[in-house]
Design a protein around this ligand. Sequence first.
Ligand code: ZN
Length: 240
Amino acid sequence: MRYGIVADIHGNLEALDAVLAACEERDVSAYLSTGDIVGYGANPSECIDRIQGLSTLVTAGNHDWAAANKLSLDYFNPYAREAIYWTQERLSRDQVQYLRDLNLMEMVDDVTLVHGTLYDPENFDYLLTAYDAHLSLQLQETRLCLVGHSHVPITFQLDGSVSYSFDTEIDISSLEKVIVNPGSVGQPRDENPKAAYGIYDSETRVVTIHRVDYDIEKATSKILRAGLPEVLAERLWLGK
Ligand code: ZN
């Protein structure tokens, strides 16, 4: 089975459609998502529709639960908070319920999905350091764990000790345990504005990370027209 990995979509329909088209070309037959379908971008409702229309296993991101009033906005910066209020007005009752019902963790085919970390999934901590990875790996029951949240593609691997890499092809077959962040579809933050996604082939046991161009002009003009904070448009051009 070839899975497309789509994390941190953030209501960016142009980026999501470009990624889905690229995944189709690569014979993806199901999708895995570590959450944050909504928040920041101008098409939260349409992005939920796309994800629901595909065979996708999704875990909750902090923006998903915040949009569904399931998470306090206290720790959100003012731009994120404004975008959540804006998003809440654009979701149907069914879509809010869909976001509310997303679980913090899912498992399928020797893969665990979580937005933040396995040791504190409900607090949505960032998994950034080898130490964070070490703590999370101790609780990881599958060989592969997919995370999101930081919007930066990175791999942590346990092979005796924990190390990290920015490799775009990760053969997990010989490794003890691996954590992969595929990067963000809708708001990349590694100074590369192209949409990021991953592919996991459960037969060859290889994860690959890919980037694809999308219509940033269209996505940003929608953000500006919607009256969302300008900085949310600017950062898409910068990839940060
Ligand atoms: Zn996010």
